[in-house]
Structures are given as C-alpha cells and as structure tokens.
Design a protein around this ligand. Structure first.
Ligand SMILES: Cc1cc2nc3c(=O)[nH]c(=O)nc-3n(C[C@H](O)[C@H](O)[C@H](O)COP(=O)(O)OP(=O)(O)OC[C@H]3O[C@@H](n4cnc5c(N)ncnc54)[C@H](O)[C@@H]3O)c2cc1C
Length: 529
C-alpha cells in the first residue's frame, strides 16, 4: 500500500514521489536503528533509500521479548516533509487472523507480502509446546481442550501425513506449494504427483513461517481464545480475546478479522451464531480408521518387489451400499492418532513421518451422512458428531482409549478376543469392543457392504485381521459461515470466514489456498490506501 504525494525532495523542486507508511516495525533492544532501512528494503524493495521515523514506542508486554515498535515513512527520495504531514499517510488497516492453521497462516503470509502486519490469534500453543502437550495426552491422558491435535500452531494438519493433495484446479495451489518450499518443505512437492511433507518436516515449516511473520512486523498471540466480537452498523469493530494462561479478557480493535477456525471450533461457532453471523448447517461423513500392515498394502499395490518402492497408498470408493463409502486421508507407513479436542470424547485420525516407514498403513473409511440422519438445525450435525465421540469414549473404557474391533469380527457381529497379525498403533491405548454399539446402524451396514467390495480391488483390504478403530468424526465442518463475493461475511462487514471451518475448503492445500484468496480480497479492498 502506498500513496503519491507532492513533496520537496533532495532540495529540488516539488515533484511527485511515492511514499509509503510502514507500521509495527520491531527492533529488539540490542538492535541499532540503522537496521530499519534494511527491514524496509526487505519488505518494499531495494529502491527504498530514505526512511523517517513517525512514531516509536516500547512494547514490554512480554518481559522476555521487550522491543521497540516503529511507524515509518519510507521513500526512494529524501523526504523533507514535516512529520505532521507524513503522519497523515493512512496507516495500514489492522488485520486479525484468528487461527494458525494452513488457512490462517497462508493468509497472514500473503497479507505481509502486501504490506499488512497481521496479528495471529491462536487458542493453542506454539508447535514446540504443542508437541509436548499432545505427547502428554497420548501417554498420560491429560487433554488440553485448547491445545491438542486439532488446535495449536499449524492447525489440524500439524500431526498429519502432510499430504498436499489438491483435488481442485485452483490456480493458487501452485503458490501454496511454492510457499511451502520457501519455508523449508522438500522441493519434490513441486513435481511429485502425490506431494506430501510428513509431520516431522511440517514442524520446521511452521517455525520458519513464524519467523518470517514476526520478522516482518506480524505478531502471534498463542494461548489466546477469540471469544467474542463487537460490531457497529453491520461492521466489525473489535474482537474479545481471552488469555488462557491468565484467564483475563481484553478487547482489541481491528479493521478486518479473518476467521480461519477449522472444523472443530464448536464453542466459537456457537458464539458467532449468538453474535448474529449468517451460518448454515452442512452435511459431512463419519466412519472408522482401518489399519493393515504396510506390507499387505505394498504387496497388493506393487507386487513382490514392493520393498524397493515407497510405502504404497490407495484411494477407494464403494457403491455396494446405497450410501457412498470412501477412503480418506490414507497414511502409508503411518499411525492412527488420538485427535480429541473435547473432554469425554474419542476421535481418530492418521499421521505419518516424511519417511513413511512405520509397520502399518491406515486410512479413514467414511460413510456420507445426510440431514435425515442428524436433523435440520444449525448445530444438529455438530451435536451428532459429539454424541458419537462420547459413545466411543465409553466403549473404550472412559480413559481416552479407542474402541477397536477386528474387521472379520465386525462383519460377523462378534466380539474380538485378541489381535492377529496387525497390532494397533493408537497412542493412547485401545480396548477391544464392538463398534456396532458406537456408530449408527446405517454407518455399520454401509461399512460391512463396502469393505469387502473394496477388498475386490485391493487384495487384503478386507482381511479378517484388519483393525477398525473408532471413531472418525472430524471429516469436515458441520457448519458454514456464509460469505459473499468480497470474501466478507454476508452479515458482517470486515469479517472474513476462511478455510475449512467456514466451509470453504477441505485439506491442507485448499485451506491454504483459501487463505491466500482472502488475503487478496483484503488487499483489493485497501490497496488504494
Ligand atoms: C490428524 C490429522 C491429519 C490430517 N492429515 C491431512 C493430510 O495429510 N492432508 C490434508 O490435506 N489434510 C489433512 N488433514 C486435514 C487438514 O489438517 C485440514 O483440512 C486443515 O488443517 C484445515 O485448515 P484450516 O486452516 O482451515 O483449519 P485448521 O487447520 O483446523 O486451523 C484452525 C485453527 O484455528 C484455531 N482456533 C479455532 N478456534 C479458535 C478460537 N476461538 N480462537 C483462537 N484460535 C482458534 C485452532 O486452534 C486451529 O489451530 C488432517 C487433519 C488431522 C486432524
């Protein structure tokens, strides 16, 4: 963003030059002000030769990171104008990005490229702390409802296979992959037909994104819950946030708020509904995770030389039952992970490391659900998901163990007594229990018809020893926050629903692409500033 002004420069006549304002430029207390020019050039290009400090303040909110914060006027010509005149340059609009998942982070990165300094508000922890908190949950069953496999820096896909399937022909997908590489993802994602990063490499990418955002004037507020908003004449005014460490609430004013909340922000969806946001219920799918040995899948896909090749994947659809059944989020050489974000619920998902060298391979087997299954109300789908997660919790013994059953026993309606050749990988433990009591009968019937049908196309898929782990409920968001052509909420100006939680994407790549799209919409709105 910038403006043209008639200014006297370098002692010569008044001439028309381009000057820009840069807000929220930070220097730590050990850095010299000479560095400001370097920062301005990094952000706005080599042509920047002159800077003028408009404002300087000390930010001592975090005693370990006390820093100076500057507002600058920058130009390619010497600026002789009085500071008062320059202060009239409009400051960049203040943008909050709620949610540090792929949608929120890629939105923030593109906003920075356009000269904004977004504040990322994230209920969960930084990826380093989040990893420890998740391990604590897996081993000691201590669930942190704000920082877990669904919530925290990187969003829901941080503990994932990091598949970057596009499934859409959005031109922004290429930008997403290039940005991933810029922040440390392996270059092969640019040419592989099935690109994947792996959970281990994703951590580094997230840390690099954070460094970029902070170095360029953006800010992260971790452990901070977006819990309310204020509006005036149909326009967003501010967000109410709660510091989850101190439990204190405060109000921050913003011109734009990007809501990239993911599909599991149930409390926030309710708050937004109460605030009058236009929302709609959405249909989704539910199911189980199926686990085989990676050797079974490798042999079925590649034949006897499968060990020479990367761990094999698959993608299956069955119409053997009136309900479509499909596999989803396949993790070759991966593990099934506990993905609950609410107390008293069990949720499964899958994850693998870059090497994909685990003994098992898993995928979700999902059954499409319709409103006739869960109701027409805005939150009926969400409550239906919750009810199934609670049943799974009880069936697993009430301590975040997952209910599991061998496929052969599930098909024949009998209890499993012991595991066969495949051992479950679910990190917080499993309990052999019938899944018929956990899932609605339309789901179990569809699975019983579809898995043998899939086995006709992938040998061993319907092995009696395959393990089914319940339940896979967080497939997609059960609600949509309606937005119009400007990217803004249909009912609240300046509020931008974004990514999977708002019902506009599914998966890492399309959510990141939606983040870029919303950043472009915001830039379009303010570029004449
Ligand atoms: C275990 C697992 C494995 C997966 N594997 C893959 C895969 O391999 N490939 C793939 O494409 N997809 C995968 N997915 C799906 C993928 O992660 C999501 O589609 C994607 O993360 C959605 O991005 P998003 O930014 O829209 O939302 P999210 O990633 O869900 O991010 C939303 C963020 O908002 C934050 N938030 C929510 N409410 C608030 C609030 N009130 N205040 C502050 N912060 C808030 C959350 O903490 C969260 O960090 C996986 C998901 C999981 C759970």
């Amino acid at each position: 963003m910038g403006v043209y002004k008639r200014l006297r420069c370098c002692g010569c006549d008044f001439k028309k030059i381009m000057i820009k304002r840069l807000d929220n430029v930070k220097l730590n207390i050990f850095e010299k002000e000479d560095k400001l020019a370097e920062i301005a050039r990094k952000k706005l290009g080599k042509d920047i030769k002159y800077i003028k400090i408009l404002r300087k303040s000390l930010d001592a909110r975090d005693k370990d990171k006390v820093c100076w914060v500057y507002s600058l006027a920058v130009s390619s010509e010497r600026i002789e104008e009085s500071a008062k005149e320059l202060e009239k340059l409009p400051s960049a609009p203040k943008v909050a990005v709620i949610g540090g998942g792929p949608a929120g982070l890629f939105c923030a990165v593109r906003l920075i490229q356009h000269g904004f300094a977004p504040v990322i508000i994230e209920r969960g922890e930084s990826v380093e702390n989040r990893r420890k908190t998740c391990e604590d949950f897996f081993c000691n069953k201590k669930l942190n409802v704000n920082s877990n496999v669904q919530f925290g820096e990187g969003g829901a896909g941080t503990f994932s296979d990091g598949k970057l399937n596009t499934q859409t022909h959005d031109g922004l997908n290429k930008d997403v992959l290039e940005l991933f590489c810029r922040f440390g993802a392996p270059q092969e994602i640019l040419y592989s037909n099935k690109p994947h990063i792996g959970s281990d490499k994703l951590f580094t990418v997230l840390q690099n994104i954070r460094k970029y955002v902070i170095d360029n004037g953006g800010e992260y507020l971790f452990n901070t819950l977006f819990c309310g908003l204020t509006q005036k004449n149909g326009k967003i005014q501010s967000v109410i946030i709660k510091n989850l460490k101190t439990q204190t609430e405060s109000e921050l004013k913003f011109d734009c708020v990007v809501a990239a909340l993911g599909h599991s922000a149930r409390d926030t969806f309710k708050m937004l509904n109460k605030s009058g946001l236009a929302m709609q219920p959405r249909e989704f799918a539910i199911g189980v995770r199926i686990e085989h040995s990676a050797d079974t899948i490798g042999f079925a896909q590649y034949g006897k030389n499968y060990k020479m090749l990367p761990a094999a994947d698959y993608k299956l659809v069955s119409h053997a039952h009136p309900r479509t059944v499909f596999t989803f989020c396949m993790c070759p050489g991966g593990v099934v992970i506990p993905a609950a974000s609410e107390e008293g619920g069990v949720v499964t998902n899958g994850m693998s490391l870059y090497a994909r060298n685990g003994a098992n391979s898993n995928a979700a087997v999902m059954v499409q659900m319709h409103k006739q299954d869960f109701g027409e109300g805005l939150f009926d789908g969400m409550e239906f998901q919750r009810m199934i997660e609670r049943k799974a919790f009880e069936a697993g013994g009430g301590n975040y163990k997952a209910p599991v059953q061998l496929f052969g026993d599930f098909l024949r309606g009998r209890n499993s007594a012991e595991f066969g050749e495949v051992k479950p990988t679910f990190a917080s433990g499993t309990k052999l229990a019938p899944l018929d009591g956990v899932l609605p009968s339309v789901v179990t019937q569809a699975l019983k018809a579809a898995i043998p049908d899939m086995g006709k196309r992938l040998r061993g898929f319907d092995s009696a020893y395959a393990i089914l782990t319940g339940v896979e409920t967080r497939f997609s968001s059960p609600v949509r926050i309606l937005r119009g052509g400007t990217g803004e909420s249909c009912s609240l100006q300046g509020f931008y629903p974004c990514g999977e939680g708002s019902g506009y994407s599914g998966g890492i790549t399309s959510s990141a692409a939606d983040g870029l799209k919303i950043a472009e919409k915001i830039y379009e709105k303010y570029k004449t500033h």
